[in-house]
Design a protein around this ligand. Structure first.
Ligand SMILES: [Zn+2]
Ligand SMILES: [Zn+2]
Length: 369
């Protein structure tokens, strides 16, 4: 008899998830089967669920399994996979984090060192769950880690709750600040104090930012941002006027505006405001707006006449995940990392988990198989 495991099948936006039992695959050469401990609900999962991030655009097939921000335990290793990406021996039972996408390693993009832009990129949530290896997303008992993925053994004593955010949110904001070449003593504005925004706050301080200002409309999130290192916060509910918010950022940054602004909201209308908050030569980093079809007018002279630039950052280079893990290890006792996950739901309650995440009733919800 073949062993089976559960997944929450995603048939399309607006449809409830369906728990299905599917055969557990044996990993092929270089691949790894992971028993999922925790899989968070990230912004892109929510966008896919709402239907404003079309997985079909990435070559996605339905039904699939959503979920990509996760961690788990090695259940089985394929032939030839004996070490993690740092050369540590890998065995069944090890706690690991891994990238949820894989570059081919030999296309023109990969050869230029841009695996995140691989011409043949393979990603969680885009394969059909009805086809082998079935466990193609994080919301299930298992996840199939394809050959060529970056894999890092989690240091002993670092719990799943703390490392689950490493392979998406945390790596993504590290990659964003690296792309923007955030420098020592620069100033930063972060739009959005969800999971990404809280990580971004701590990471900006770790890069040596002098002032980090965090903007959100939820007071509890802003209070948490302070504990993640924010020097100042702006509550949109208290300061509803955009001009007043821009003036406040200028005041907090010595009258100049911020050197780097990072968008972690996923709404087009926040972009012009963030650009206005920048100083001359400021860099605007767009990460949250992955949902196509939304726009908001903005005046390009505001970029040109002030030497500002705008960067879109999707995915990250695989070694960023190692940096994320080491950041968590260094900061586990210094930051309230455990509070990022504010709600856990068993896999059977996935519909309720998505509804709560959609209402922003929780900072980051996670599914526990
Ligand atoms: Zn994500
Ligand atoms: Zn490639």
């Amino acid at each position: 008899m073949t062993e089976t495991g559960r997944v929450a099948l995603f048939r399309g936006p607006g449809q409830t998830f369906e728990i299905a039992e599917l055969p557990v695959p044996r990993p092929g050469p270089g691949a790894m089967l992971v028993r999922v401990q925790l899989a968070n609900i990230c912004g892109s999962d929510l966008h896919a669920w709402r239907g404003d991030f079309r997985l079909a655009g990435l070559g996605g097939k339905l039904p699939t399994v959503l979920g990509h921000e996760m961690t788990g335990i090695v259940a089985a290793l394929g032939e030839g996979l004996a070490r993690d990406s740092e050369g540590q021996p890998l065995r069944e039972g090890d706690h690991v984090v891994f990238t949820y996408f894989t570059g081919c390693g030999h296309c023109p993009s990969c050869l230029r060192g841009r695996r995140a832009a691989c011409d043949h990129i393979s990603m969680a949530m885009t394969d059909a769950a009805t086809e082998w290896p079935h466990f193609v997303g994080g919301y299930g008992d298992y996840f199939y880690v394809k050959p060529g993925s970056a894999i890092y053994k989690v240091p002993a004593g670092l719990p799943a709750e703390i490392v689950a955010g490493a392979n998406c949110a945390l790596s993504q904001v590290i990659a964003g600040f690296e792309r923007a070449a955030l420098g020592f003593d620069e100033t930063v504005v972060i739009q959005g104090a969800g999971g990404l925004g809280l990580y971004a706050t701590a990471v900006a301080k770790a890069f040596g930012a002098r002032v980090v200002v965090v903007i959100d409309a939820v007071a509890d999130r802003l209070a948490l941002a302070k504990r993640f290192g924010a020097d100042a916060t702006i509550d949109i509910a208290e300061t509803p006027d955009e001009k007043a918010r821009v003036a406040e950022v200028k005041r907090l940054t010595g009258g100049r505006g911020a050197d780097v602004a990072m968008e972690l909201v996923g709404r087009a209308d926040v972009v012009p405001e963030g650009i206005r908050m920048l100083a001359q030569f400021g860099r605007y980093v767009g990460i949250g707006n992955i949902n196509a079809g939304h726009s908001h007018p903005f005046d390009p002279s505001r970029l040109v006449m002030t030497n500002k630039s705008m960067l879109g950052v999707a995915l990250y280079e695989p070694d960023t995940l190692g940096k994320a893990l080491r950041f968590l290890e260094r900061n586990r006792d210094r930051l309230p990392l455990g509070e990022l996950l504010s709600a856990r739901f068993p896999l059977e309650q996935i519909d309720e988990a998505f509804a709560q995440a959609d209402r922003r009733a929780v900072v980051r919800a996670s599914l526990v198989p």
